[in-house]
Design a protein around this ligand. Structure first.
Ligand code: ADP
Ligand code: MG
Length: 564
């Protein structure tokens, strides 16, 4: 094909693709515009996962009638003028790309009324071009309605996930802005239901209550404000008692812009070191203010990543502010790090370090396979080590079995068996329990209701950020099924795709298995080892970690110098 300049419609669709990746991106851009317009109330309504309808209505300054059409021109913005302004951006938008990009991939209608105008005006667009304009009543503010998103861009449409997944992304965007702007009243309607309603009281703790529930809010500490500190770090962090398996409960705002930042996530995790177990993360809302010149926000079309002029200073400020808050305000001494592992080979590799009680380390660099063959020989239990490992003897040497990982494997296979034969053992709760969920989790519950029921959970949305639980799998009765459900809902909300059943089974197994640190009787250890011998895949837990380490006879002889 000869080289030619692309048709303008193609160009605008390519550009739109950078800004509008999915329905949640539209919600984000429209909400940002409402916030830039100094609104104190923003209402968001979505239908069909945002594909059929997105409507964002605000009570901000409105768009003057004379400028309405101009707002849809590419790079048209009221927010910056000359290049120098780029250095000092204090608004969320500035690229002038959102409205034209959205109009390029959807049907858009805007009704608005600016201060000092007698009547409101409206404009409707198809394929980025105006098709209707005129007067229409509207109170001070702006309502933007977006319909049939991506209908003309089938390739995009195809890449969207399930309705529930798109809704959960939308709920997550609105949740973040509710946390960033506690003084603004947000209300989100998802498929006709209220998904989130923040009071706009100006108190961050109220937004936290709305988004994460009362239990979390009660355990949040306000970051102590050091007036002299530059940059200034404010917000709230959870006590170590509230912790999660993922980093999705860490929210960062820089000059009130919601950003993602691995650097800052690391700074927060650092501040909790020694207080949380490996792989656990707190809930945190971190609000950083710095001179606009210290920051480049113009590195990404969706503006979710920023570049700090001096990363080290920002990292240190966040780490220090959080650490100080924890040290000064934490009610109880934190959890200590778990005891160091006695034997810690790299999983799946033939080398490892044996740390002896005296502190000497022997490196086993030979070829011995530390994980035994697929089927287990019959083992004789000798005892328990550190209340966490079972020591056993087999025909070919010593076995150290991680009791939690081993039990997880056994239960995982049992849950899958019960599930496939449709005979999950279910335990009804004496009284239905309420369970607080985030807006995002609520969408996941709705989407996975049937799925959860098949595993023995009777759970239903109960309104007001809560679900009602009437029954749980029998294995989890008297266990921390609340923690289990919360983690599960978070891991399911990520992607709609496959693997859901495995995740549920693994999660039930993990939370009902014996813990490390739990003393077991000889009989209990025998029972567990017997069950492990019968497992189909005894060598790894459902997450792929080894359940045991094998020290073969040949290796023992070599280590003790009996054989060269
Ligand atoms: P940007 O936000 O980068 O300036 P947009 O395409 O998002 O670009 O919006 C273009 C312009 O339209 C904005 O600069 C602003 O003047 C106006 N505008 C958009 N939405 C609103 C709103 N909700 N209230 C008031 N003005 C708005
Ligand atoms: Mg904008």
């Amino acid at each position: 094909m000869p080289i030619r300049v692309l048709d303008s419609r193609v160009v605008s669709q390519i550009a739109a693709g950078e800004v509008v990746e999915r329905p949640a991106s539209v919600v984000k851009e429209l909400v940002e515009n409402s916030l830039d317009a100094s609104s104190s109330q923003v209402s968001i309504e979505v239908k069909g996962g945002g594909v059929n309808l997105i409507r964002v209505a605000d009570n901000g300054v409105g768009i003057p009638r004379a400028e309405l059409e101009f707002a849809f021109e590419r790079y048209a913005t009221s927010k910056i003028d000359v290049l120098d302004d780029l250095e000092a951006i204090s608004t969320l938008g500035f690229r002038g790309e959102a409205l034209p990009s959205i109009a390029a991939v959807a049907e858009v209608e805007v009704v608005t009324c600016a201060a000092g105008e007698q009547a409101g005006s409206y404009l409707s667009l198809r394929d980025g071009a105006a098709v209707g304009r005129g007067s229409r009543g509207h109170s001070l503010g702006t309502t933007v309605t977006v319909k049939n998103l991506f209908r003309r861009v089938p390739a995009r449409l195809k890449f969207l996930k399930s309705l529930a997944t798109e809704n959960s992304h939308i709920a997550s965007v609105v949740s973040q802005y509710a946390l960033a702007f506690p003084e603004v009243r947000f209300i989100l309607f998802v498929e006709g239901r209220v998904g989130l309603r923040s009071p706009g009281s100006g108190q961050l703790v109220d937004s936290v209550t709305e988004v994460y529930g009362l239990d979390v809010a009660r355990n949040m500490l306000a970051i102590g404000c050091e007036p002299a500190s530059i940059p200034r770090v404010m917000g709230m962090v959870s006590t170590p008692a509230v912790n999660r398996s993922g980093r999705s409960y860490l929210s960062f705002f820089v000059n009130r812009r919601w950003i993602t930042s691995r650097l800052l996530a690391r700074a927060v995790d650092d501040a909790y070191s020694g207080l949380l177990m490996q792989g656990r993360h707190p809930v945190a809302i971190i609000d950083i203010s710095l001179q606009p010149g210290e920051l480049d926000v113009n590195i990404h079309p969706t503006k979710t990543e920023v570049k700090f002029r001096n990363e080290r200073i920002v990292f240190a400020a966040v780490q220090r502010a959080v650490r100080r808050t924890l040290v000064e305000q934490m009610p109880v001494p934190g959890i200590r790090e778990p005891a160091a592992a006695y034997l810690s080979p790299e999983p799946g590799r033939g080398t490892g370090t044996v740390a002896t009680g005296g502190g000497d380390a022997i490196t086993t660099s030979e070829e011995p396979s530390l994980t035994p063959a697929a089927s287990l020989p019959v083992l004789r239990v000798l005892g328990q080590l550190l209340a966490s490992y079972i020591i056993a003897e087999g025909p070919d040497g010593l076995y150290l079995i991680d009791q939690h990982a081993a039990h997880e494997r056994v239960l995982f296979e049992e849950v899958r068996r019960q599930r496939s034969q449709q005979e999950m053992e279910v335990q009804g709760l004496l009284e239905p329990a309420t369970f607080e969920v985030t807006p995002r989790q609520e969408e996941v519950v709705r989407a996975n209701y049937q799925h959860l029921a098949e595993f023995g959970f009777s759970i239903e949305p109960f309104g007001d950020r809560t679900c009602l639980v009437r029954a749980v799998p029998a294995l989890l009765y008297n266990k921390d099924w609340v923690g289990m459900l919360r983690e599960l809902l978070d891991s399911l909300s990520g992607e709609g795709g496959g693997g859901g059943e495995e995740k549920v089974a693994a999660s039930i197994a993990c939370h009902s298995a014996v813990r490390a640190g739990q003393t077991l009787s000889y009989e209990e250890m025998r029972q567990l080892v017997r069950e492990l011998e019968q497992a189909a895949m005894p060598n790894t837990c459902p997450h792929g970690r080894p359940t045991m380490i094998h020290l073969g006879l040949a290796q023992l002889e070599k280590e003790f110098g009996r054989r060269l």
